[in-house]
Design a binder for this molecule. Structure first.
Ligand code: SF4
Length: 329
């Protein structure tokens, strides 16, 4: 697997009145060319901060990247000049965030916003510049690809005139029209009705496969990533705690947090309401020493309060790694 994106020991802090929030605590992640990767964890565990760090859109201050590297095709994004970052965002990486109304500009029509995205992305990576007519045709085509009804008429609509599902389809169209090598989809269906969540995710997956892009699908639900990804990272309180091929993770989850997440998935089989995970994400002003999960862990040992666990190989595959002393051999 040729790595497209490699995050190494990424550390992000946020300055607030009371002190410094130690949010990302040495995050490591690899996404290969054309690979579909999931990133799962509770709300507030640092998933969006990771994506925003890659895109270099974290507001600094209050944020501060205090350490680590983010290598995109071998080059460190954190050392790039603003013009290089803009060029990456135009033609190489795109993102879909969870609130389409906030992501779209309310004072421009859908057609205007798609026009800008297609115009600038077509001019990047040495592609041929497109004429106005070609851009319009391409806008209609990408909207149709996402299953948008009456695409031609939608071009003259403002975001407020569309339903939540239609707005998210516009965001997906914008992200895909850039033909980016890496698409980061941050909880892209959280605000949508369950009836169209599966439909949008399936379409997103098919479109990414067609364009041979890599995707990082972020979710707080393991159920969402199960059918759409090849590998999954589990994140807890600013640390990666488990990574495995998706089928291995579901067949043999090893980290106590992953097991607790799986037990939290609601069941429709009459086995009652899921148990949830006791406690909550720690305060990042003063996070627990050692393993950050130890205050919530049923298997906590004395060493867990003192030392941070390294990644140990677990399960049947060398690619299954777990940051837990229970898996130390
Ligand atoms: Fe639990 Fe210790 Fe493993 Fe952390 S390292 S998950 S506290 S057993």
């Amino acid at each position: 697997m040729t790595p497209l994106l490699e995050i190494k020991n990424l550390q992000v802090r946020f300055k607030i009145y009371e002190g410094e929030l130690k949010v990302l605590n040495g995050v490591d992640m690899v996404i290969g060319e054309g690979e579909k990767v999931g990133l799962v964890g509770e709300t507030g565990c640092g998933k969006t901060t990771t994506v925003k760090s890659v895109l270099r859109v974290l507001p600094t201050p209050p944020a501060r990247i205090s350490g680590g590297e983010i290598l995109y095709r071998g080059k460190d994004i954190l050392k790039m000049k603003p013009a290089q970052i803009r060029s990456l965002r135009k033609g190489e990486m795109s993102a879909i965030f969870q609130d389409p109304l906030a992501a779209l500009n309310p004072v421009f029509t859908v057609g205007h916003q798609l026009y800008d995205v297609i115009k600038y992305s077509s001019a990047s990576r040495g592609r041929k510049r497109l004429s106005k007519k070609e851009i319009r045709a391409r806008s209609i085509a990408v909207l149709k690809e996402t299953g948008m009804p009456d695409s031609e008429r939608i071009l003259s609509n403002y975001p407020i005139q569309l339903s939540g599902g239609m707005r998210q389809r516009v965001c997906i169209s914008e992200a895909l029209s850039a033909s980016a090598r890496l698409l980061m989809a941050d909880e892209p269906t959280t605000n949508l009705d369950v009836t169209i969540q599966a439909q949008i995710l399936r379409q997103l997956s098919e479109l990414v496969a067609k364009k041979k892009s890599s995707i990082l699908l972020i979710s707080h639900s393991l159920g969402v990533v199960r059918n759409l990804t090849e590998r999954v990272y589990i994140m807890y309180a600013g640390n990666m705690v488990e990574v495995a091929r998706t089928k291995d993770l579901f067949a043999d989850p090893l980290h106590p947090y992953t097991k607790a997440l799986l037990k939290s998935v609601p069941k429709l089989t009459g086995e009652g309401i899921s148990r949830g995970i006791r406690g909550r994400i720690p305060n990042y002003l003063n996070p627990p020493a050692g393993c950050r999960f130890h205050p919530r862990c049923d298997h906590m040992m004395p060493i867990c309060e003192k030392e941070r666990p390294a990644f140990f190989t677990g399960g049947d595959s060398d690619n299954h790694k777990v940051a837990c002393f229970l898996c130390r051999r």
